[in-house]
Ligand binder design. Structure first.
Ligand code: UDP
Ligand code: MG
Length: 322
């Protein structure tokens, strides 16, 4: 579906929220969203995706929705934890709205921004993304690693991924459908959002600390997330491998030629154990790193060719507006 520059006067808005173990924050999330979206005054729906929570988030979500029969909502429960990216994809696919807004369950993405985002959308932008000016509640290490990651990505990838931007954004229906057409299993959403293009603009906000509960991310998950991002949007690591190999081979060749020449001119002397050992170890190490990098890409090719579904839904629950 192509984008239309004529904006419907009364668009429907979908708020999409993937959640994992957020029983503590869901009630607040749902009431805040209801308040903010009712104020905007457009028809809206809530799409909640339970990403295999092990606490009673699912029951809490259902209870909170049933207490508010006036809300139009769908609730998907995935069969296990598939990760936020897959859960978000599930939510985007279930969303029906003319504009779709993914949000985090912990209220770190302030719903109050939706109104100014809508304003930009009405001006003709297809995507309005929120850029964090400040990250309260994140440790210095997290801020530093996040900073490093965005800068590295910017260098390595030809797709420019806006820095300090999460999944929080408002998208036109046409963009959501474009995203659904991307077949890859590795859903590095930040990258995919940028890759699809369209008319994008940013608005700034201060990111607050999460409202209760705990972050589902640890550094191992974040590391894998970063590797996913780099390997699905950049071939530079592979180019570094071949470039580095070429360089080392060139130097070795010159050095070899010099040694032959030296032997012819000055005869043989045997010392050289240290340099030999260094060369062997260095090359061995470099080769292992090289194999590891190849393995990262190959592993991802393997994931893609298996063509497994991105997520499985265990339960689908719908609440029609009354
Ligand atoms: N989340 C999820 N699946 C996961 C991890 C997280 O659906 O495997 C959800 C989580 O419930 C929250 C959002 O993704 O709604 C962002 O997660 P979190 O707040 O832990 O990330 P952070 O804000 O620390 O980057
Ligand atoms: Mg959070």
């Amino acid at each position: 579906m192509a984008c239309s520059s004529i904006r419907p006067a009364n668009p429907m808005l979908s708020a999409v929220v993937p959640f994992l173990n957020e029983a503590a924050t869901l009630p607040r999330l749902i009431s805040t969203l209801e308040q903010v979206l009712e104020e905007i005054g457009l028809p809206w729906e809530l799409v909640l995706v339970d990403d295999g929570s092990r606490d009673d988030s699912l029951a809490v979500a259902k209870r909170e929705l049933q207490r508010r029969p006036q809300i139009r909502a769908s609730l998907l429960s995935l069969s296990r934890n598939f990760g936020k990216e897959a859960a978000l994809t599930a939510g985007l696919e279930a969303a029906q709205g003319d504009v779709v807004v993914p949000l985090d369950a912990d209220l770190q993405d302030p719903p109050e921004l939706i109104a100014p985002m809508l304003e930009q959308w009405r001006q003709g932008f297809d995507v309005v993304y929120a850029v964090r000016r400040r990250r309260a509640g994140d440790s210095a290490t997290k801020r530093l690693t996040a900073f490093g990651f965005y800068r590295l990505m910017g260098r390595l990838s030809s797709t420019t991924i806006p820095a300090d931007t999460g999944d929080f954004r408002l998208m036109d229906r046409c963009v959501v459908e474009a995203l659904a057409r991307l077949p890859e299993r590795t859903r590095f959403m930040k990258g995919l959002f940028a890759w699809v293009g369209f008319r994008q603009t940013a608005i700034q906000y201060d990111r607050d600390a999460r409202q209760g509960g705990a972050s589902g991310w640890n550094y191992w998950k974040l590391w894998n997330f970063a590797v996913d991002g780099i390997t699905s949007f950049s071939r530079v690591p592979l180019q570094v491998l071949s470039g580095g190999g070429l360089l080392i081979a060139g130097v070795a060749l010159l050095y070899g030629a010099w040694m032959v020449l030296r032997t012819l001119l000055f005869g043989i002397d045997l010392p050289g154990y240290a340099s030999l050992m260094t060369a062997v170890l260095l090359l061995g190490g470099l080769q292992l790193i090289g194999l590891g990098v190849l393995g990262e890409y190959l592993g991802r090719v393997f994931e893609e060719v298996k063509r497994r579904p991105l997520y499985l839904v265990r339960e689908r629950w719908q609440q029609e507006q009354q």
